[in-house]
Design a binder for this molecule. Structure first.
Ligand SMILES: C[S@@+](CC[C@H](N)C(=O)[O-])C[C@H]1O[C@@H](n2cnc3c(N)ncnc32)[C@H](O)[C@@H]1O
Length: 330
C-alpha cells in the first residue's frame, strides 16, 4: 500500500500544523515529515502542539514508545484502537520505526481524516503500509491477515448514559453501553469494561511476541489494572507511572463523584503537592518498575472523587496518577 495519497480530497475538519521535533521531543525526525499538516475531524480529540505538556501523546505515550524501542529495538507493526486524529500512528512510525500500521475509530469522518493525516505526513525515507477503518475496537481490521507487535489503546472509561449524545460531542472520554460481551464485575465497577474487551480482542491481532499498551488515567488502584491483563489472558507489567493535574475539574470531578454515589469506584485523587513530591526525580523507566511502591507512598494522601471535589472547590490543586499498562502474550 502506498504511503502517499495526494489525490485524496482534503477531509472535513479543522486544519492544524505541528512541529514534530518539539511536539514529540525527539530529533532527528527520520520517517515522518518534520511538520505535520493535519485535519482534526469534529469528533476527534484535538492535539495540543502549543502546549505539549498538556497533551497525552507527548507526555504519556511517547515516553512509553521510547522505552519499548530501548528494550526491543524497532517495532515493525503498530496499531492504535481509537486513533482520533491519527497522530499516535505517526508517532509510532517515527519513534518505533513501524512500517505496517493499523488504526480504527468509531466514526467514518474521524477515520477518513485520520487516514488522510497519516498518509500525508509519512516521510519519503521508506514506504509504510497503512490500514485504517472505522467501527468497533479492532474489528474493522479483521480479515486482512494482520498481526501487530504493539497495539496501543487509550479508550474511554466512562459509559455514556445517553448514547445519542455521542453524536454531538467529542467522544474522547465516553463510550456507548451496553455491550454484548461478558465483562468481569470488577472491570465494570472500575470503569475498565472497554479496556477489558479491547484486550480480549487483541489476542486475535497480536503477533507471537506482541503486547498491548493501555494508557489509563488511574483513578483506581493499580491492582485492578494488573487484574485487567490477567483476566484477559495476558501478562501485566507497568511501563510507566506518572501523574496529571485534573484538567477541567469543575466538569470531571463531579462526574466521578456521581459515579461513586452510584456504587462504582471509588475513584482516587491526590493533592498535587504530594504527587509532585513523590514523583520528583523518578525516571520514566523507574516509575514503571516502582509503580506499586510509589502508589504505596501516595496512600496517606489519597482522597475519593467526592472529597477531591470538595477540596478543589476550596482552591486546592488536585491530580491523579496515570499508568501505562503493558499486557503481553504469555
Ligand atoms: C481518548 S481518545 C484517544 C485518541 C488517541 N488515540 C490518543 O491517544 O490521543 C479515545 C478514542 O477512542 C475512540 N473510541 C471510543 N470507543 C471506541 C470503540 N468502541 N472502538 C474504537 N474506537 C473507540 C474515540 O472515538 C476516541 O477517538
Amino acid at each position: 500500500m502506498a504511503s502517499q495519497n495526494t489525490a485524496t480530497p482534503v477531509p472535513k475538519g479543522t486544519p492544524l500544523t505541528i512541529d514534530v521535533a518539539s511536539y514529540l521531543g525527539t530529533k532527528p525526525i527520520r520517517y515522518v515529515k518534520p511538520e505535520w499538516r493535519i485535519i482534526v475531524a469534529d469528533r476527534a480529540s484535538i492535539p495540543n502542539p502549543e502546549n505539549p505538556l498538556a497533551d497525552w501523546l507527548p507526555t504519556v505515550v511517547v515516553p512509553a514508545l521510547k522505552l519499548i524501542v530501548e528494550d526491543r529495538g524497532p517495532v515493525k507493526s503498530f496499531a492504535s484502537i481509537g486513533t482520533g486524529a491519527g497522530v499516535d500512528i505517526l508517532a509510532g512510525i517515527e519513534i518505533l520505526g513501524a512500517t505496517v500500521v493499523g488504526a480504527t475509530d468509531v466514526f467514518p469522518d474521524v477515520t477518513t481524516a485520520a487516514e488522510w493525516n497519516i498518509r500525508q505526513n509519512i516521510g519519503d525515507a521508506r514506504p509504510v503500509e497503512v490500514h485504517v477503518n472505522h467501527g468497533d475496537l479492532l474489528t474493522p481490521l479483521r480479515g486482512r491477515g494482520l498481526g501487530f507487535e504493539v497495539i496501543y489503546e487509550n479508550l474511554p472509561n466512562i459509559p455514556l448514559a445517553d448514547a445519542s449524545a455521542l453524536e454531538e460531542k467529542r467522544n474522547s472520554a465516553y463510550f456507548v453501553p451496553p455491550r454484548a460481551e461478558k465483562v468481569p464485575q470488577f472491570a465494570n465497577d472500575q470503569l475498565l469494561a472497554l479496556h477489558y474487551i479491547a484486550l480480549r480482542q487483541s489476542l486475535e491481532f497480536l503477533s507471537a511476541d506482541g503486547f498491548v499498551i493501555s494508557t489509563l488515567g488511574g483513578r483506581i488502584p493499580l491492582e485492578y489494572l494488573s487484574r485487567l491483563a490477567v483476566e484477559s489472558g495476558l501478562v501485566p507489567s507497568f511501563l510507566s507511572y506518572s501523574w496529571k493535574i485534573q484538567a477541567e475539574g469543575e466538569a470531571v470531578l463531579p462526574s466521578y463523584a456521581e459515579l461513586e454515589a452510584q456504587g462504582l469506584g471509588p475513584f482516587y485523587y491526590y493533592p498535587a503537592d504530594a504527587l509532585e513530591k513523590t514523583f520528583h526525580g523518578v525516571s520514566t523507566r523507574d516509575s514503571g518498575l516502582r509503580a506499586l511502591e510509589l502508589e504505596k507512598e501516595l496512600l496517606p494522601h489519597r482522597v475519593t472523587a467526592k472529597q477531591a471535589w470538595n477540596v478543589y472547590q476550596q482552591g486546592q490543586r488536585i491530580g491523579h496518577t496515570v499508568a501505562v499498562l503493558k499486557s503481553a502474550r504469555r
